[in-house]
Design a protein around this ligand. Structure first.
Ligand code: HEM
Length: 138
C-alpha cells in the first residue's frame, strides 16, 4: 500500500543566511554591528582592539565574508583565505571575558536595530555565543 505523507510532514529548514535576507541581510547586520562597535560606549574596548589590528573597515569586509558561510550561505571567507578557522583569526587578539561580553552585547543591540523576530534573534545569539566563548584567551 502506498501511504501518502501528510502535508508539512517534511519540514525544510531554511538556513539562517536566507532567514536574515541573504547577502543584503548579512551586509546590513555587519554594518549595523560595526557602527555600534565604533560609536557606542559598549563597543569602545572592542573598537580599540580592532585599531591595534587591521582596523574596523577591514573587519567589516571580512566579517561579511565569514558570516556569509557561517550562517549557511556562500563560503566567501574560506574561498578567499583557504580556511575559516575563527580561533586562528583571533590568535593575536587579547580577548578577556569583558571583551567577549561587550562583543555579544553589541551584536545583541545590532540584531534589535535590524529588527529580527525573537526566535531568529535567539538562534543567532546562541550561535554567536558558542563561538565567542571559544575565543576568550586571557
Ligand atoms: C569574543 C569577542 C570578540 C572580540 C573581542 C573580537 C575581536 C576582533 C578583532 C580585534 C578583530 C580584528 C583583528 C585584526 O584586524 O587583526 C577581529 C576580526 C574578526 N572577527 Fe572577531 N572578535 C570577537 C568575536 C568574534 C566572533 C564571535 C566572530 C564570528 C562569529 C568573529 C569574527 C571575526 C572575523 C571574521 C574577523 C576578521 C578576520 C580577518 O581579518 O581575516 N569575531 N575580531
Amino acid at each position: 500500500m502506498i501511504q501518502s505523507k501528510p502535508v508539512g510532514a517534511r519540514t525544510v529548514r531554511q538556513s539562517l543566511y536566507s532567514q536574515i535576507g541573504g547577502e543584503a541581510g548579512v551586509k546590513q547586520l555587519v554594518e549595523t554591528f560595526y557602527d555600534l562597535i565604533e560609536q557606542h560606549p559598549e563597543g569602545h574596548a572592542v573598537n580599540l582592539l580592532h585599531l591595534r589590528g587591521h582596523g574596523v573597515a577591514h573587519s567589516r569586509v571580512e566579517q561579511f565574508n565569514f558570516l556569509s558561510g557561517f550562517l549557511g550561505g556562500p563560503n566567501l571567507y574560506a574561498e578567499k583565505y583557504g580556511h575559516s578557522n575563527v580561533r586562528f583569526m583571533h590568535e593575536h587578539v587579547e580577548i578577556n571575558a569583558a571583551a567577549k561580553d561587550a562583543w555579544l552585547t553589541c551584536m545583541d543591540m545590532a540584531i534589535d536595530e535590524v529588527g529580527y523576530a525573537p526566535e531568529l534573534k535567539e538562534e543567532l545569539m546562541r550561535n554567536f555565543t558558542v563561538v565567542a566563548d571559544l575565543l576568550v584567551n586571557r
